[in-house]
Design a protein around this ligand. Structure first.
Ligand code: DAH
Length: 341
């Protein structure tokens, strides 16, 4: 048995000398000192030897196992270095090659537009108020002075959910109610940006999902002139000090009086072109003095408080700024479009 152990050691050391790859090394190691390896098998069989032979065989087996263990470890280091050198040579890495450019993301044109709009309103003392996308019918319509079955509801084609009275907001105006109920009776100056959803035919001019940016100011002695001056100031900062602004009478159920605001066409300078449909004017927002019913629903006494509201369409504004002809690009996720900004 002692002879057998010595031969095993000698043979293993010779074989080890010749090994240059990790796989053969692993196999040899398993075969000799692994769980089912030869030395382990010998150690297990010691019990069958004559009692007087057992100590010597046991001791030698342990010694050899230890010696081989460190011989394997040593060889492992060599094999690793060898394989590394080989792969470097075969791989022919040219460290002087330029790297591949990393594709950089960009801000979506709507995001850029919105951030510019926020900046202007923030300068003018308006803070952002976030309201929910999923609304109840009451807040989206009834509390804004648009009762059930009223024909004014036809202005907003609605996405309904399977939950009774739960809808996707069709405009950011319900945020007015939520902001008022949060702040009443304190004065308010907020803008309410966010996504709106309408069950409409998609076309170059209208999408089923789009952003709006609502504004709301509530306080004592707020008048129509404040509204006009505020919108005019926004238009000056957004479109330039020379741009003319005009106000047209309009109707919205939640404001009285109501108006729409036009800015001189930024593409033709008011001369008339395809974009402004040869009128020389572009509509930029709807607005008005908050209706007394809406003030009351928001928790303000209309005899004491007044306020104004407005609503912008950021995608429409971005279309003008960047000369985008079709609103469907905003949700198309076409990199050829997005990478232009
Ligand atoms: N909510 C209106 C819409 O979606 C836009 C609007 C008009 C908002 C007048 C206002 C406003 O705050 O005063 O068409």
């Amino acid at each position: 048995m002692l002879e057998k152990l010595k031969t095993l050691k000698a043979e293993t050391l010779i074989e080890l000398e010749e090994i240059t790859d990790a796989e053969s090394l692993r196999q040899l190691k398993n075969a000799v000192i692994g769980k089912k390896g030869e030395i382990t098998t010998i150690k297990r069989s010691i019990g069958q030897l004559a009692p007087e032979d057992r100590p010597a065989v046991g001791q030698l087996a342990n010694e050899i196992a230890q010696e081989l263990e460190s011989a394997f470890a040593e060889r492992e280091e060599l094999v690793k270095a060898h394989e590394m050198a080989q792969s470097l040579e075969e791989g022919e890495i040219d460290v002087t090659l330029p790297g591949r450019p990393v594709a950089r993301g960009r801000l979506h044109p709507t995001t850029r537009m919105l951030r510019d709009i926020y900046d202007i309103w923030a300068d003018m003392g308006f803070q952002v108020y976030r309201s929910r996308d999923v609304e109840d019918d009451d807040t989206n319509f009834t509390l804004l002075n648009i009762p059930p079955h009223h024909p004014a509801r036809d202005m907003w084609d609605t996405f309904y959910t399977t939950d009774e009275g739960v809808i996707l907001r069709t405009h950011t105006s319900p945020g007015q109610i939520r902001a008022m109920r949060d702040y009443a009776p304190e004065p308010i100056r907020v803008i309410l940006p966010g996504m709106c959803y309408r069950y409409e035919q998609i076309s170059a001019r209208s999408e089923v999902q789009f952003n709006q940016l609502e504004g709301l100011a509530i306080g004592k002695n707020i008048r129509m002139t404040d509204l006009k001056g505020t919108i005019a100031e926004f238009a000056r900062r957004m479109y330039g000090a020379e741009r003319k602004v005009r106000y047209r009478c309009s109707h919205f159920p939640f404001t009285e009086p109501s108006m729409e605001v036009d800015v001189e066409c930024v593409l033709c300078d008011g001369e008339g072109c395809g974009v402004c449909k040869y009128t020389g004017w572009l509509e930029i927002c709807g607005s008005g003095m908050v209706h007394p019913v809406v003030l009351k629903n928001g928790g303000y006494d209309p005899a004491v408080y007044s306020g104004f509201a407005f609503g912008f369409g950021p995608e429409r504004m971005a279309m003008l700024r960047y000369g985008i002809q079709d609103i469907r690009y905003f949700w198309g996720n076409d990199l050829r479009f997005l990478e232009q900004f």
